[in-house]
Write a protein that binds this ligand. Structure first.
Ligand SMILES: O=C(O)C(=O)CO
Length: 289
């Protein structure tokens, strides 16, 4: 398991500065936000793309993931980054999300990153039934999964409270219906905690489909607000142990986008808690010394 930090906490910094800070804090990897201000694919020319690669090399960082979930560039008035979603009733507006995802897959392949993460179908629209929304989501995902396959990268879906797929179990039907090996699950530990999922059980159950983990802490109230690991109610020794027991040896990305005022402090705090857990022997279930 290797730890990475998402640039979506560094929205107030240019990419080069974000990479420099994430590396100097001690992360091995970085999740690139395919969005403003770092790498909005529709507006990313060759020069800035080269600069991203050079900054990664200069700071000895690897890409853990490309985050194509957030679309702050569009700034929909209903919510700043969910919309447009894959189940948007308006076909033209929906195609903005689809085109963005295709471009993010291209960018991912060009940069040598392993996968992109994306939204799990937006909130169900007024007058739309859940079944219609799922059917639409599946139809939209099929050609995108084929595109990912052609590009040699993965397309990962991230269930989230309030959106079409809220729980990790709800991903199963979609995975089965799309039926593409290039489609996978981004298991967001904080989101699963919000939905009162039993984390060790779900981590083990979904392990065959999980290609990446997002982590953040969540308060005991289970309200969806990302907190620095160690400051909420999630049992991180238990989570890391459950992930380790699946044999997973990939990236775990810390996602703390609410901490734009002091991302360094949040990144440092998360690493302070997680690094000993990830690099040390299993500590779950042991009594405190
Ligand atoms: O919306 C969120 O909370 C996310 O985790 C997006 O990546």
């Amino acid at each position: 398991m290797r730890l990475a930090f998402s640039t979506n906490a560094y929205m107030r910094f240019p990419f080069e500065e974000a990479a420099s800070r994430i590396a100097s804090i001690g992360y091995e990897g970085l999740e690139l936000m395919a969005d403003v201000p770092h790498a909005w694919p529709a507006g990313l020319l060759d020069g800035p793309k080269r600069a991203i690669r050079e900054a990664m090399d200069r700071h000895g960082l690897r890409f853990s993931n490309v985050n194509a979930f957030m679309m702050n560039a569009i700034a929909d008035r209903r919510q700043p980054y969910w919309y447009p979603s894959f189940i948007e009733p308006d076909e033209g507006y929906r195609s903005v999300r689809i085109d963005h995802t295709r471009r993010a897959l291209d960018l991912c392949a060009e940069l040598g990153a392993p996968h992109i993460t994306t939204e799990p179908g937006g909130p169900i629209a007024e007058g739309q039934s859940r079944q219609e929304a799922i059917d639409l989501f599946v139809e939209v995902l099929k050609p995108l999964a084929e595109h990912a396959d052609r590009q040699g990268v993965l397309l990962l879906i991230e269930p989230e409270p309030g959106l079409l797929l809220e729980t990790t179990d709800q991903y199963l039907e979609v995975a089965e219906r799309v039926g593409a090996p290039s489609l996978g699950l981004n298991f967001d530990v904080g989101h699963a905690y919000c939905m009162a999922e039993d984390l060790p059980t779900q981590i083990a159950k979904l392990a065959p489909l999980t290609r990446h983990y997002h982590v953040e802490d969540i308060a005991e109230t289970r309200v969806h607000h990302h907190l620095v690991p160690g400051t909420g109610a999630i049992d991180f020794p238990g989570v890391v142990d459950a992930i380790r027991q699946t044999g997973y040896d990939g990236w775990v990305t810390v996602e703390l986008y609410p901490f734009v005022d002091d991302p360094d402090d949040a990144a440092r705090g998360a690493l302070g808690l997680l690094r000993p857990l990830v690099s040390g022997p299993s500590t779950a279930g042991r009594p405190a010394p």
